[in-house]
Ligand binder design. Structure first.
Ligand code: ADP
Ligand code: MG
Length: 269
């Protein structure tokens, strides 16, 4: 191991030990985003700064309405900042036109959403193939790859089923396979287990851990602190600003302290 890398402590999921490179795959610099309500400017993101490094498994947590999805849309090149910069693998997304942005998105990023966002009239297999119609590399047998990915997520027998014939957990696994078809360097997941029961959420989290062990950078947005504790690093957002950025161990300690403080104040010791 060179001094360019450090061993990431997998925290509360101690089974996988891996290296996180110091190459930033995402750089966020004084990112601001406002929406306009009529003529009134409503600031949502108010100056966000952080980097995500190659191979990290990171959670972005915060209460509902704090700006997590707005940030994810910016990281995923789905929307543009009002000011500040987002660099994805060194490319400043503000300097790209819409076509270049779509190309960068297709090449580097796999998306997973709370609502799965599968196309209802397409089969599981066709849904996984969908991103390849927009961008594909030569020399890759995508039909074969789509089948392999569906096998990997345990849906070999369900390839020809439509989303309405699949459970929520199965739909999310189709979405994960779809997110992987173009070999993204980054997976962006916005509340990926928000519509799943706890057992299925566990399966999805275990799957993310496995993917991360294979070197995929994962940025997972959640308002569920328990799930955040299954990642390696936790960035907290409140009201459009980062209020903490800490290792999962530090985050667990701070959560425990906050819980104890609130219990103590309740029983007024
Ligand atoms: N397109 C939009 N136009 C106006 N306001 C928006 C838009 N998208 C989000 N917002 C507002 O921005 C704030 C943050 O939203 P969001 O990023 O979805 O939060 P989170 O994902 O943390 O719940 C909310 O108050 C929301 O109403
Ligand atoms: Mg959201």
């Amino acid at each position: 191991m060179t001094n360019e890398t450090e061993t990431a402590n997998p925290g509360l999921s101690p089974k996988v030990s891996k290296s996180v490179s110091k190459r930033a795959v995402v750089e966020v610099k004084d990112l601001r985003k406002s929406y306009f309500l009529g003529k009134e400017e409503v600031p949502i993101l108010k100056g966000i700064n952080f980097n995500v490094y190659d191979g990290e498994f990171l959670a972005i947590v915060g209460p509902s309405g704090s700006g997590k999805s707005t940030l994810m849309n910016m990281l995923g090149c789905l929307d543009r900042p009002s000011s500040g910069a987002v660099l994805v693998n060194g490319e400043d997304v503000n300097l790209l036109d819409d076509n270049q942005l779509a190309y960068l998105r297709g090449k580097e990023i796999g998306f997973i959403f709370q609502q799965f966002n599968l196309v209802p009239r397409l089969t599981a297999y066709e849904n996984v193939m969908l991103p390849t119609y927009a961008s594909k590399k030569s020399g890759i047998d995508y039909p074969k790859k789509a089948k392999e990915l569906l096998k990997m997520v345990g849906l070999e027998e369900r390839m020809k089923h439509k989303p309405s014939e699949l459970s929520g957990g199965q739909c999310q696994r189709v979405a994960i396979a779809r997110a992987l078809i173009n070999d993204p360097t980054i997976i962006l997941a916005d509340e990926p287990t928000g519509n799943l029961d706890s057992k299925t959420s566990e399966e999805v989290m275990a799957f993310f851990r496995e993917l991360n062990g294979k070197g995929v950078t994962i940025i997972m947005i959640t308002h569920n602190n328990e799930l955040a504790l299954r990642t390696d690093r936790v960035v907290t957002i409140r009201d459009g600003l980062i209020t903490s950025d800490e290792s999962v161990e530090e985050h667990a300690i701070h959560m425990k302290e906050a819980l104890e403080a609130s219990l103590l104040s309740e029983i007024k010791i």
